[in-house]
Every structure is written in structure tokens, then in C-alpha cells.
Design a protein around this ligand. Structure first.
Ligand SMILES: Nc1nc2c(c(=O)[nH]1)N[C@H]1C(S)=C(S)[C@@H](COP(=O)(O)OP(=O)(O)OC[C@H]3O[C@@H](n4cnc5c(=O)[nH]c(N)nc54)[C@H](O)[C@@H]3O)O[C@H]1N2
Ligand SMILES: Nc1nc2c(c(=O)[nH]1)N[C@H]1C(S)=C(S)[C@@H](COP(=O)(O)OP(=O)(O)OC[C@H]3O[C@@H](n4cnc5c(=O)[nH]c(N)nc54)[C@H](O)[C@@H]3O)O[C@H]1N2
Ligand code: SF4
Ligand SMILES: [Mo]
Length: 731
């Protein structure tokens, strides 16, 4: 019997659950099994369907294993699957680093360092892999700074405006809830480890309400599914507040002690009568009344709001209004009450030490570099630099932890920009993604099984150490390795560029005092945590004063908050001073059924995520594609909308707006209400016409946080003729 080792790692995909993953490694150093860590109180020993098959990904024959350079003869652009070698040739790491260093130095001298744009998001949410050596490198270079807005900034800003900190109800406390609202939260698809807690609660009689225009699996399993019109959640939340105040269902003691601006709110919400709210949301007025009454009277009540709500044009306002509900009814005071959007604010790693923004002063700029919004990449690559105040055109794009050719909005503009032969593009990746197709240099990256990191979470309160379970495959290297080597190659002499992974972990945790093995963290909430403890336990619960005193941790129940008033802010002078609404006010998105644009484009499109992929990750793997087969490359629509256009299930349709068009096969079913259609995210290469749903989404930004508005897009559709369908079906 060969000797097997079991290594603790952490799933680093962009998911609230941040599971502890045990990897079994055989005596040849090969991983032979992954399983959820049974000792992790949220993972509870199981993994989602995507990561349960993770070894298919790690050992996929499609893994990128060597640095590659575009052949001189090959033009940039989408490549047929598995034909990448026709356009790329293998080179050594040495040659790759040298080429990149020379090109970046040249561009910096000729156009200024801001002509270089890093592009990264959450391919890994490991603390080091997400942002450490890479940030140091780009700060020292003087490259444009990237505003990472593509996912969560609108909701994040909303939470901060109301509560001052990104904290929420502990997922483990959902068991104690009696009324659970999943508000734009696809729990089965995106946050599956919350489900067992909800099941526990339901066994004790809890009611589950889902508010989502799409009938998710969670919605099908709920007691009540409210298929709200997209982008109208603020109206519903304001209408609920209207009823709660009108009927005196609010928690007077909590409101007086813990909140700011109640009198103004009382007056403000008078206009949101159930009838008006019904008109916007598509709900019956009685249902608005029922929801508000149940929410206030079935205690404890908790809201799992998720980021779906803030991907519409006024999503910041919507998230802000929803955030206020638990304060109005005093839900925070109850075990199993409150709201969860994110728990990330509890993990206070030493970000400044990891990212070193001070290094921008050492760059040729000697000042902070310009900021480019990642949600407007199309604009950045095709228009930025044409106005006098813009700064330079983007001449180099350095992509890692992201697949912008597939995930960024307004895809036609993005691809037009990427296609330019004047743009020098580097892509550090695990696979030959849609973005890699446009690269000049492609570099192989490690998976979380192959590198060490430390990780927090945005859906629970456990700090975890992720060990390297296996050696890197081929010549794959971690983000930390890449940017450390590249910095040295560029002649950056600062000692911080030679820090090892262990050094970075020590800095992230601010380990201090005593001999090596006794050094412990001085971060708030991590006091006393040593590396040894992390190594032994795998996951360590953050420290909360309440729990140390034998009480449950209930965020925002009592005490001073980190808002300007020190209280929950119904009224925000700070937002008002920035020219924004002091209190949330409902406005329909410019692209919605309530807007004039709906005359030309009458259907609201939800460009959703796939349940069996992770944004675009996994979308190239046969096993995952099989699980997603029913909905992949399909346009989901209601029977009503299909009949009006003579469309039957399985027909090829063209779905279009002013930004682009896409051919997909119709999928008729219960999932959609009339007027709303949906298609899911995947790789362009696997989609008809080499494009995905993001050809239809816009670069319009959210009201708070300058985020992306993937769920505010209008489209029209038509059935394709037989000939057109024949062309479209060839992939
Ligand atoms: N399987 C899987 N898991 C994932 C991901 C994935 O791609 N696949 N992605 C990960 C990432 S990056 C993130 S940020 C999280 C996000 O997880 P969630 O925050 O749950 O985000 P979404 O799936 O964008 O949206 C959730 C739900 O909101 C609904 N929705 C859309 N518009 C509206 C609206 O106007 N009002 C309401 N009430 N609902 C609306 C959508 O139909 C969707 O079912 O999930 C992570 N987990
Ligand atoms: N239409 C539509 N578009 C969307 C969304 C939507 O709901 N609808 N969701 C948006 C949201 S919420 C998000 S967060 C973004 C996500 O967009 P991205 O952050 O681009 O996410 P992924 O598509 O998962 O691509 C991540 C890539 O990073 C790579 N990677 C993983 N680990 C590492 C590593 O350690 N090093 C390096 N160098 N690479 C690594 C993976 O192989 C993968 O190709 O997409 C957004 N786009
Ligand atoms: S993707 Fe989410 S649910 Fe799946 S293993 Fe990773 S952290 Fe857990
Ligand atoms: Mo995201």
C-alpha cells in the first residue's frame, strides 16, 4: 500500500463559501482525490459539483503548461478550440520574462508608464494571489491603477453607507432563523453551503422566500417565489418600509438607540404606497403587504441578499434600501436575524504592506497613477487617450486572474480593442481562454493545489491556510513568483520584490513577537493566531469579543458603528455631500420595461452566471459542460414571449440590441416570466459566432461604486430562417 498524504487547501474560486478542501496525494506526488473538509463548520465535508470534479481541471489535457509566444505570422483573434498551437510557439520562462520586461520598459519610456494597464480580478481570492506582489510590481512601474468594480462595488458601497463595515449575519446562525428571504441570491447555484443551514431552519418551521426574476432551483424549493421585475428591488424595499412604519411594525427601541434619520425616512417612504410599488415590481399590492407583515412578525428574520441585486443601473440604491430593512425591525438583535451580503470586512489583513501603494512615488510618475475602471475595458482599449485629460492610450495590457474577453461587458468593443496589433498583451493563465487568443505572450499559472496562500472569506468567518498539495504542473508558476521575477528582471531593487510566499503571509497577518514559531498575528480579529495553529487546524475562527464572553456574535446589534453618525444610517449626509440621494429613491433603469428604450427593445435580458461554471471558469471542461448542457448557449424565455414571435423550443433565434447580436437556441420553460429573457455566461469559443452574452451588456455604470450593470440590458429577438439557423449551429 503506497503512502498517501492528506493536505489542507482552500478553494480559491470567487465564491462566498471558501471551502476547506482536503487533497489526497499519492507517493508519486499526484493528487488522487479532493473532498470537503469535514472539520470546517461551513464546508461540512462536501464540495459543490464544480469543485468535486476539480482533478479534471488540474490534470486537464488542455492545461497551459509552458510560456508561449504568438508566431510572427499569426494575427490576433479568436482561435478554434485546441488549435492554439497554430498561432503560438513554446518559449522558455527566461525568454518570456526578458521579452515582457523589454516591451514594458520601452512602452513606459515612450508613452509613460500609465500606458500599461494591469487587468485582474478574482481567478483566485487567495490573499496573496489576488493582490500582493502583482500590486507592488504595477505600483513601482507607475502603471495605470485598475478600479476593480466588475462584481461587488455597488452593494459594497451600499453596505458601508448604511453600516460602515462589511459584516453580516453568520451563516451558521441561519439555522435559528424563522423567516428567510433570499434576495437576488442563487443559493443552490452560487452559495450552496448555506443551504444545509436553511434546511435546518426549515425543519424547525422556517419559511423561505425567494425574490428573483428568474426561477432558480432555490426558488423552486422555496415556500414563496416572488418573480420581481428586474431592477425594481428598491421600490419593493421602500414599499416594505412604508408599510412597516405605517402599521407601526418597526422596533422602536432599536430605531431610537441605533439608527440615524428615522424621521426623514418616515416622511420619505410615504410616497411608496403598495399600489405604486405593485406597478413597478409586477407584484400584487396584497403581496407587498403580506411580505412586509410576515417579515416584521415572524421572528427572527434574516435576509440573504446577494450581489445579483446590485448588477442593475440603480443597484447601489436597491442594495442600500434592502440593507435598511433589518435595522427598521431590529432584526440584528436576534440570533438568526439580520442580513448577510458580505462578511469580508471581518478579515483585516495588512493590505498596505502587501500591496505597497507607496511604491507609486518611486515610479517615474512620482505620483499616484490614473485609475481605469475595469467595467469599461472596451472604452479603455478603444477610446481612452483621445481626450486631452485622459492620459496616454493603453499600449500594454497585462491580464491575470481574469478572462475579460468573456466576462467584461460590451464585448464587441473589448474584442475590437484586444485585436489591435498596437497593443502588447500578456496573459497569465491556467488555460487557453478567449483572452489568451489575443495575447502576444501567454504564461502558465498554477491552480490552488499547486501554490501556498492564506485566505479569508466573504460568506463566513474562518481564516484558512491553503498549502501547496502538489508540485506545479509543467512550468506553471504562481502569481507571486511571476511578479517577483519580473520586477527583478526590470531592475527594481526594492527588497520587497524578493519576499517569499512565507514572508508575504507573515506580512498579511502582521506576525509579531518572539521566536519564529511563536510569532502571532496582531491584526484585529486575528490576535494570537500563529502559523502553527493555522497549519494544525486548517481553519481558525476569527476572534469576536462577544464570543470570547460566551455570547453569539451579532453584528450591528449594539454599540457604535463605523458610519459618520456612529449609527445605522437611514439618512446619509456623506452621500448627500457627494451629490447623491441622502435616502434611497427608486428610479427605473434606462434599459428596462419602464423606459422609453423598451419600445425598440422590449425584452429585459438577464445575462446570468451558469450554475455549473464559475463565471467563465470551468466552461471549457467536458464534465462541467455536460452538467450545464440543458442551459448552455440557450436563450431562456417564457412561452408567452415565444408564442408572440412564433418561436418553439429548440428554435434558433437572434437576440440583439445596438451593441451586438448573438444566435442562441430557444429554451422555453417556467424559469422566465413574460418580458424577461436570460442567457448564461461561458467561453466565447463554445458559443455560436464566437461571442457570448456580454455582446449585449453595456458599459453603463451603477449609481454607487461605479460597478458593472450586467442585469440592466434590453434586447429584441427574432426566429432565424432555416438557412441562417444552419450557419448559426456550426460552432
Ligand atoms: N455556480 C456558480 N457559483 C458562483 C459564480 C458562478 O458563476 N457560478 N460566481 C461567483 C461570483 S463571482 C459571485 S459575485 C457570486 C454571486 O452570486 P449572487 O450574488 O447570487 O449573484 P448572481 O448569480 O449574479 O445573482 C443572483 C440572482 O439574482 C437574480 N437577479 C438578477 N437581476 C435581479 C434583480 O433585478 N432583482 C432581483 N431580486 N434579483 C435579480 C439572478 O437571476 C440570480 O439568480 O457567486 C459566485 N458563485
Ligand atoms: N454577463 C455577465 N458577465 C459577468 C458576470 C455575470 O453575472 N454576467 N459576473 C461578473 C462577475 S460577478 C465577476 S466576479 C466577473 C469575473 O470575471 P473573472 O474574474 O475574469 O472570472 P473567471 O471567468 O472565473 O476567470 C478567472 C480566470 O482566472 C484564471 N485563474 C485562476 N486562478 C489563477 C491564478 O492563480 N493565477 C492566474 N494568473 N490566473 C488564475 C482562471 O483560469 C480563469 O480563466 O465576471 C463578471 N462578468
Ligand atoms: S466554488 Fe464555492 S462551493 Fe464550490 S468548492 Fe469552491 S468555495 Fe466551495
Ligand atoms: Mo463576482
Amino acid at each position: 500500500m503506497a503512502e498517501l498524504k492528506i493536505i489542507h487547501t482552500v478553494c480559491s474560486h470567487d465564491c462566498p463559501d471558501s471551502c476547506g478542501v482536503l487533497v489526497t496525494v499519492n507517493s508519486d506526488g499526484r493528487a488522487i482525490k479532493v473532498q470537503g473538509d469535514p472539520a470546517h463548520p461551513v464546508t461540512q465535508g462536501f464540495l459543490c459539483g464544480k469543485v468535486a470534479m476539480y482533478l479534471d481541471r488540474v490534470y486537464s489535457p488542455a492545461r497551459l503548461l509552458h510560456p508561449m509566444r504568438r508566431r510572427d505570422t499569426a494575427a490576433k483573434g479568436a482561435l478554434p478550440r485546441d488549435k492554439e498551437a497554430s498561432a503560438f510557439e513554446q518559449i522558455s520562462w527566461d525568454e518570456a520574462l526578458e521579452t515582457i520586461a523589454q516591451r514594458l520598459a520601452h512602452i513606459s519610456r515612450k508613452f509613460g508608464p500609465e500606458a500599461i494597464l494591469p487587468y485582474s480580478y478574482a481567478g483566485t481570492i487567495g490573499t496573496l494571489g489576488y493582490g500582493s506582489m502583482d500590486r507592488r510590481f504595477f505600483h513601482r512601474l507607475g502603471a495605470s491603477q485598475l478600479d476593480r468594480t466588475i462584481c461587488s462595488t455597488a452593494g459594497g458601497e451600499a453596505l458601508l453607507a448604511v453600516y460602515g463595515r462589511k459584516l453580516g449575519t453568520d451563516p451558521e446562525h441561519f439555522r435559528h432563523s424563522r423567516y428567510i428571504i433570499a434576495w437576488a441570491a442563487n443559493i443552490h447555484g452560487n452559495n450552496v453551503h448555506l443551504w444545509p443551514m436553511i434546511e435546518d431552519a426549515r425543519r424547525q418551521g422556517a419559511k423561505l422566500v425567494v425574490i428573483d426574476p428568474y426561477q432558480t432551483r432555490t426558488a423552486r424549493l422555496a415556500d414563496w417565489h416572488i418573480a420581481i421585475n428586474p431592477g425594481t428591488d428598491a421600490a419593493l424595499a421602500l414599499g416594505m418600509m412604508h408599510i412597516l412604519i405605517r402599521d407601526h411594525l418597526y422596533d422602536e427601541a432599536y430605531v431610537v438607540e441605533q439608527t440615524h434619520g428615522f424621521e426623514q425616512l418616515r416622511e420619505h417612504v410615504e410616497q411608496y404606497t403598495p399600489d405604486r410599488v405593485a406597478g413597478w415590481t409586477g407584484m400584487a399590492a396584497e403581496d407587498v403587504e403580506l411580505l412586509a407583515h410576515e417579515y416584521a412578525t415572524i421572528t427572527p428574520a434574516v435576509i440573504r441578499m446577494n450581489y445579483g441585486v446590485q448588477r442593475s443601473e440603480f443597484g447601489g440604491t436597491a442594495a442600500r434600501a434592502i440593507c435598511m430593512l433589518p435595522a427598521l425591525i431590529g432584526a440584528w438583535r436576534h440570533l438568526g436575524g439580520g442580513l448577510q451580503l458580505s462578511t469580508s470586512g471581518a478579515f483585516q489583513f495588512d493590505k498596505a504592506a502587501l500591496e505597497r501603494p507607496d511604491l507609486m512615488m518611486e515610479s517615474p510618475l512620482k505620483r499616484p497613477a490614473r485609475v481605469v475602471n475595469m467595467s469599461r475595458l472596451g472604452h479603455a482599449l478603444t477610446e481612452l487617450g483621445s481626450e486631452p485629460d485622459d492620459g496616454p492610450l493603453v499600449k500594454a495590457l497585462f491580464v491575470y486572474n481574469s478572462n475579460p474577453a468573456a466576462v467584461a461587458p460590451n464585448q464587441n468593443a473589448v474584442l475590437r480593442g484586444l485585436k489591435s496589433e498596437d497593443l502588447f498583451t500578456v496573459v497569465h493563465e491556467q488555460f487557453f481562454t478567449d483572452t489568451a487568443d489575443y495575447a502576444d505572450i501567454v504564461l502558465p499559472a498554477t491552480t490552488f493545489l499547486e501554490h501556498k496562500d492564506i485566505q479569508g472569506a466573504y460568506g463566513h468567518y474562518y481564516l484558512q491556510l491553503s498549502n501547496a498539495a502538489i508540485e506545479p504542473l509543467g512550468e506553471a508558476r504562481s502569481n507571486v513568483w511571476l511578479f517577483s521575477r519580473l520586477a527583478q528582471r526590470m531592475g527594481f531593487t526594492e527588497a520587497c520584490f524578493r519576499d517569499s510566499t512565507e514572508d508575504l503571509i507573515s506580512q498579511a497577518l502582521q506576525l509579531k513577537g518572539g521566536p519564529e514559531e511563536e510569532r502571532s498575528s496582531s491584526n484585529p480579529g486575528m490576535e494570537g493566531v500563529t502559523l502553527k495553529r493555522l497549519e494544525q487546524e486548517g481553519q481558525v475562527r476569527l476572534r469576536f469579543d462577544e464570543e470570547a464572553a460566551g455570547q453569539p456574535f451579532l453584528p450591528f446589534a449594539t454599540g457604535r458603528l463605523d458610519t459618520p453618525s456612529g449609527k445605522v444610517e437611514f439618512y446619509s449626509e456623506a452621500l448627500e455631500a457627494q451629490g447623491m440621494d441622502a435616502m434611497p429613491t427608486f428610479r427605473p433603469p434606462a434599459e428596462s420595461r419602464h423606459s422609453a428604450a423598451s419600445e425598440k427593445y422590449p425584452l429585459e435580458l438577464l445575462a446570468r452566471k451558469a450554475d455549473n461554471y464559475m463565471n467563465s471558469t470551468f466552461a471549457n471542461l467536458p464534465g462541467h459542460r455536460k452538467m450545464e448542457a440543458r442551459t448552455d448557449s440557450r436563450l431562456e424565455m417564457s412561452a408567452v414571449d415565444a408564442a408572440a414571435r412564433g418561436i418553439a423550443d429548440g428554435d434558433w433565434v437572434e437576440v440583439a440590441n445596438d451593441r451586438g447580436s448573438l444566435c442562441l437556441q430557444a429554451l422555453l420553460g417556467e424559469a422566465m416570466s413574460a418580458g424577461v429573457v436570460s442567457a448564461r455566461l461561458g467561453w466565447n469559443k463554445f458559443s455560436g459566432g464566437g461571442r457570448n452574452v456580454n455582446v449585449l451588456t453595456s458599459e453603463r455604470l451603477t449609481d454607487l461604486g461605479n460597478g458593472a450593470t450586467f442585469y440592466s440590458a434590453l434586447v429584441q429577438e427574432r426566429k432565424l430562417t432555416l438557412d441562417e439557423a444552419k450557419t448559426a449551429s456550426v460552432r
